[in-house]
Design a protein around this ligand. Structure first.
Ligand code: 5FU
Length: 249
């Protein structure tokens, strides 16, 4: 049984440059919080980033849900906020196609993700070589999903973990189960108030994620952006996440 490692210890074994940056920000800000900015306008996105920026290690986007995306109006100010508050931009694109198509989806089209994202999520369903296109970015592989009835069973997760461990572009995984120490673990499906959303999402607490899963980063969406005061709730999740991390060491 592997022992839970501190962020300092992970700095020694997670070599990818994006893993190094995330771990350094976590230590500096005493935060393991990633806010999922699932809002549909640029104004809401930038207002949320301004409020939660000081408390997070990364802002997770689904850039394709914006009604008014514009490189200049959306991405430039978002990048400025990321610099101002020292957080990374994580595009939760969950690429799931052959390498050539992913290469096009990553760099072309409306969103030109490769021009601004520090890290992206990708399914590993298309196999090892499908991830070769994500040079100059960090990949977080989807190993297990949080939703009820997901097909990511133990066998799938084991095979997905092998790809994640061996591919040089991959430095982490999204999962609801433990993954090897060499990978950073990202856990969505975190909410202090709700158990689910009536649409298949299943929630756990930060405490569960750190003690049971030995996660490295918690991802919180509606628990923060739907609350009355996003700044205040980001701070609560940051503190809850940090206390749970320290308690799990
Ligand atoms: F890979 C996954 C997963 O297994 N579960 C998720 O919920 C990703 N997510 C994302 O985290 C999902 O697409 C949302 O953007 C976010 C969770 O949002 P919530 O509002 O906290 O439920």
């Amino acid at each position: 049984e592997e022992k839970r490692l501190s962020y300092e210890a992970k700095l020694d074994i997670c070599d990818h440059s994006v893993a190094q940056k995330l771990l350094q920000i976590a230590i500096e800000k005493k935060s393991n919080l990633i806010v999922s900015a699932d809002v549909t306008s640029t104004q809401e996105l930038l207002e949320l980033a301004e409020k939660v920026g000081p408390h997070i290690v990364a802002l997770k986007t689904h850039i394709d849900i914006l009604m008014d995306f514009d490189s200049d109006e959306t991405i430039l100010p978002l990048k400025d906020l990321a610099t101002k508050y020292n957080f990374l931009l994580m595009e939760d694109r969950k690429f799931a196609d052959i390498g050539n198509t992913q290469e096009l989806q990553f760099s072309y089209g409306t969103y030109k993700i490769s021009q601004w994202a520090d890290l992206v999520t990708a399914q590993v369903i298309a196999g090892y070589e499908s991830l070769d296109c994500f040079r100059n970015v960090g990949v977080v592989a989807i190993i297990g999903m949080s939703s009820n009835g997901t097909l990511t069973d133990a066998n799938y997760r084991e095979e997905a973990t092998k790809i994640a461990l061996s591919h040089p572009n991959v430095f982490g995984g999204v999962s609801q189960n433990k993954i090897p120490n060499e990978l950073l673990l990202f856990t969505p499906g975190i909410n202090l108030a709700d158990a689910g959303d009536g649409k298949g999402q299943q929630y756990n607490t930060p405490e569960h994620a750190f003690t049971q899963l030995e996660t490295d980063f918690i991802i919180v969406g509606r628990g923060i952006y739907r609350s009355d005061d996003a700044e205040k709730s980001a701070l609560s999740y940051k503190i809850a996440g940090w206390n749970a991390y320290e308690g799990s060491l």
